[in-house]
Design a protein around this ligand. Structure first.
Ligand SMILES: [Zn+2]
Length: 256
């Protein structure tokens, strides 16, 4: 089989035998790919310094004929995102984004939109690494855009129970398990009590809605979010993705 050339982002890896490593990558055309890097852990390996998580690479690899472990042949670093490694907040945010992608990116299937979203996120978080609060804000926005690309966008314009258009108010009852916001009229209905609702303000609701459509939002829109609204949007994305992606996210659980 001939060699394939792809852009790739490193999303993790494990050591393999005494001197090699298996690298987990996400690529636009083939989704998640696992690649054996022979001799990767030898001091003089030509791959040294290229295999760190978050690195944007251009790789050439040979597809396995029968299995899912391919063989890396060349890797050129296109971006190492140094900011992500110099700031703890940016590093944590990037780790959170990679973790989410790792759980949802298909193996051996096209996933150009997810790849592009992750690349855009890493670029933005790298640039904003020193701005307190910004990497976390970008991660929340990334989470909502990712859910939207997966077809899991929450319902935020109409009540999830009665379908009535929601009126503008100070706080909304967001129910992660039910997939959106319930209106005040339906809130008292015992049948609507699917899990504990989160109370979120208009700013957070708007941020969630807008983030589902575009990443990243313009600066003014990001900066308009207060600390409290950011905390609400973060909590909501943690609870919502924990439920709908069926995985444990920090601060969330399926039972919540
Ligand atoms: Zn209603």
């Amino acid at each position: 089989m001939s060699d394939l050339k792809q852009q790739a982002i490193v999303i993790g890896g494990v050591n393999y035998s005494d001197s090699s490593r298996v690298l987990w990558l996400i690529t636009p055309e083939y989704g998640r790919q696992s690649m054996l890097v022979r001799g990767a852990r030898r001091a003089r390996s030509r791959f040294a310094g290229r295999m760190e998580t978050f690195n944007l690479l251009e790789v050439v690899y040979r597809k396995s004929r029968s299995g899912t472990l391919h063989t890396l042949r060349e890797a050129d670093v296109q971006n190492q995102f140094p900011g992500l490694r110099a700031s703890l907040e940016a590093f944590m945010a990037a780790s959170g984004a990679v973790e989410m992608i790792k759980n949802v990116a298909p193996e051996d299937h096209e996933c150009a939109a997810l790849f592009q979203l992750l690349e855009d996120f890493l670029c933005c978080a790298d640039e904003a690494a020193d701005e307190e609060g910004m990497p976390a804000l970008l991660l929340a926005a990334f989470g909502w855009r990712l859910l939207s690309l997966l077809g899991l966008e929450p319902q935020l314009v109409n009540c999830i129970r009665c379908g009535e258009r929601l009126e503008r108010c100070e706080s909304y009852r967001f129910q992660p398990a039910s997939g959106g916001v319930v209106c005040s009229g339906c809130a008292g209905d015992p049948g609507s009590a699917t899990g504990r609702p989160l109370l979120i303000g208009y700013g957070a609701l708007r941020f969630i809605y807008r983030s589902g459509r575009k990443f990243p939002l313009v600066r003014e829109e990001l900066s308009a979010l207060s600390r409290q609204e950011l905390a609400q949007a973060q909590r909501a994305v943690e609870r919502y993705s924990a439920y709908h992606l069926g995985e444990k996210q920090p601060g969330g659980s399926r039972q919540a």
